[in-house]
Design a protein around this ligand. Structure first.
Ligand code: OSB
Ligand code: MG
Length: 383
């Protein structure tokens, strides 16, 4: 079935976090994500989410840069063009460099439209096989060690399958040791968000000390743009390194694996520019026997549903960061709500598209800015 978009709407939506979230670089208490509604010439619609952060601390893109790239480049390239598959839609913006978060939002909307109008579950179209996905939780840095113990207790009790703790220099070993001591068997990992450097001898000795804590992995300890130093570090550590920020394309993934910069890859749909590139990284890692898991950006329901779908592929053998949305938000913008039960989320195989429906009323109630872009009249009438 061919599609030709007649309009794309952008909604900048703000949701408060239940609890402020601190990483090695900053703290946030609410998120602004761009929800994208694409409608084709027949009136069929698809939803996507651009999960860019308001600030450029995780990566260089921001909410505003994504809004600009979507409005002025990606959407104008796509509007009015006829496409049969989301990969064909994505080819309309292939001249645009980088800006993967913006691309991912629009690509997810095309996948949702494509599978929804074809009556197929997105997980099925992507080649998923799992009935449910195993859910981990990503915990921010707490002001005190007691604070982190309280948070870990809460999510272990809820049945989450893996605990990830954010760390940074000075807020690392004491926190991790306290958690490991109290939960000797819990699947535990740490995420440094690039806060360490091999130039600093204290950092290096801290990273070496992680080997005593039986961690599943250490995520992105070094700079986002450095797979050479990660390879040097991996050669010295028993703990597997997992790369997040460094991997923007399947080519980055191949190079990092060739250099032995990591033994695990975090597949994040936004960072990779969409579901198709996420699947390419999954396929590469599967061929090379490298385990992967699905990372997140505290997505609202639309982006979270895309994460659930990609996590259903067979190579996602490790629990990901895809928790129930009630872990981050009091009220989400999709129906039914996305929930984990004893650390597992059901893949919505019986429902077409993303399998969770955007609730326009709640989106509008939380919307701080809105924009409608339409195809030229002449293009629409040619459909
Ligand atoms: O590094 O994985 C990360 C959130 C925002 C930015 C970067 C990261 C994260 C998380 C949270 O770890 C994952 C989630 O619960 O969505
Ligand atoms: Mg990370």
């Amino acid at each position: 079935m061919s599609h030709q978009l007649r309009s794309v709407e952008l909604y900048l939506v703000r949701l408060p976090l239940i609890r402020p979230f601190t990483t090695s670089s900053h703290t946030k208490d609410h998120l602004d994500h761009i929800l994208i509604r694409a409608q084709d010439a027949t009136g069929a619609e698809g939803w996507g989410e651009c999960a860019s952060a308001a600030d450029p601390y995780y990566c260089s893109e921001t909410t505003e840069s994504s809004w600009h790239i979507l409005r002025d480049f990606l959407i104008p390239h796509l509007l009015g063009v006829t496409w049969d598959h989301p990969d064909e839609a994505a080819r309309t913006w292939q001249a645009v460099r980088g800006n993967n978060f913006a691309k991912a939002g629009l690509e997810i909307a095309c996948w949702d439209l494509y599978t929804r109008s074809g009556g197929e579950a997105l997980a099925h179209a992507l080649g998923g096989t799992r009935k449910e996905i195993h859910s981990g939780v990503s915990l921010g840095i707490e002001p005190t060690v007691e604070g982190i113990l309280e948070q870990v207790a809460r999510f272990v009790d809820q049945g989450y399958r893996r605990i990830k703790m954010k760390i940074g220099p000075g807020r690392d070993l004491a926190y991790l040791r306290a958690v490991r001591e109290r939960w000797p068997d819990v699947l535990l990992m740490a995420d440094a968000n690039s806060a360490y450097s091999l130039d600093n001898p204290d950092h290096l000795s801290t990273l070496r000390a992680l080997d005593d804590l039986n961690l599943m992995m250490i995520e992105q300890p070094l700079a986002d743009d450095d797979i050479i130093d990660h390879a040097r570090l991996q050669a010295e550590l028993a703990t597997p390194i997992c790369l997040d920020e460094s991997i923007h394309t399947v080519h980055d993934a191949r190079k990092a694996l060739d250099l032995q910069s990591c033994r695990i890859i975090n597949i994040k749909v936004s960072r990779l520019g969409g579901l198709s590139e996420a699947r390419r990284v999954h396929d590469l890692c599967q061929r090379r026997d490298v385990p992967v898991w699905c990372g997140g950006m505290h997505e609202f329901g639309v982006g979270r549903a895309a994460n659930v779908a990609i996590s259903s592929l067979p190579g996602f053998t490790l629990p990901g960061d895809i928790s129930g949305s009630d872990r981050a938000y009091r009220e989400d913008i999709v129906d039914p709500p996305i929930r984990a039960h004893r650390g597992a989320i059901d893949v919505p195989w019986e429902r077409p598209g993303l399998g969770f429906d955007a609730n326009l009323e709640r989106i509008q109630a939380r919307c701080v800015r809105q924009l409608l872009l339409e195809a030229e009249r002449s293009t629409v009438s040619a459909a």
